[in-house]
Ligand binder design. Sequence first.
Ligand SMILES: Nc1ncnc2c1ncn2[C@@H]1O[C@H](COP(=O)(O)OP(=O)(O)OP(=O)(O)O)[C@@H](O)[C@H]1O
Ligand SMILES: C[C@@](O)(CCOP(=O)(O)O)CC(=O)O
Length: 185
Amino acid sequence: MPQVILLFSGKRKSGKDFITTHLQKLLGDRCEVLKISQPIKSHWAKEKNLNLNELLGDGFYKEQYRLDMINWSEKMRAKDYGYFCKIATDNALEKPIWIVSDIRRKTDIRWFNETYGNLIRNIRIYADDETRDNRGYEFKSGVDDVASECDLDDYNEWDLVIDNSNGKQDIEDQLSSIIRLVANS
Ligand SMILES: Nc1ncnc2c1ncn2[C@@H]1O[C@H](COP(=O)(O)OP(=O)(O)OP(=O)(O)O)[C@@H](O)[C@H]1O
Ligand SMILES: C[C@@](O)(CCOP(=O)(O)O)CC(=O)O
């Protein structure tokens, strides 16, 4: 069992991967990064003979398959909302800190809460529209107006909110606030 599980969420191009990658470097061996989308992307890569590394990266490649991956994964979630969370955690190494970098739905938080109780900390990453646009975000129907992107819009129980808009908090401040949250856990 980890000692603390940091659940990161945020809209497309808010900077979830950017911040969690920096956090991973800072925490080193003490942490493990888990991605709920990993089993989805692995399945998709095998099924469609796609490049898994590109699907896991931050470039345009994965965007071509996002809609299909969302639709397929929703069918799986309809049968078992914790399906992908369970695979991601089953494959995780035994480390004191788990960083889950892609929480998207209330049912993700529910599953972690039911499974790990008070070990979880909810961190929301925010970036304003202009910043997200500059990072390559383009609205897509079926992607940006469905649960994958919107389900946590009205969720309010964050332990920490990070503003990752251009010109706001720098990465050192962002990481310090996360470390304080971990230290107080
Ligand atoms: N604070 C920052 N300073 C500079 N570049 C940033 C910052 N935050 C994010 N970026 C860049 O913006 C792009 C999108 O960030 P990232 O992939 O982390 O977002 P994401 O929330 O994981 O998006 P998605 O959900 O689409 O995967 C990346 O190229 C990343 O390097
Ligand atoms: C299919 C999906 O897992 C893609 C996530 O990709 P990424 O975390 O934005 O790199 C989104 C979802 O599960 O709704």
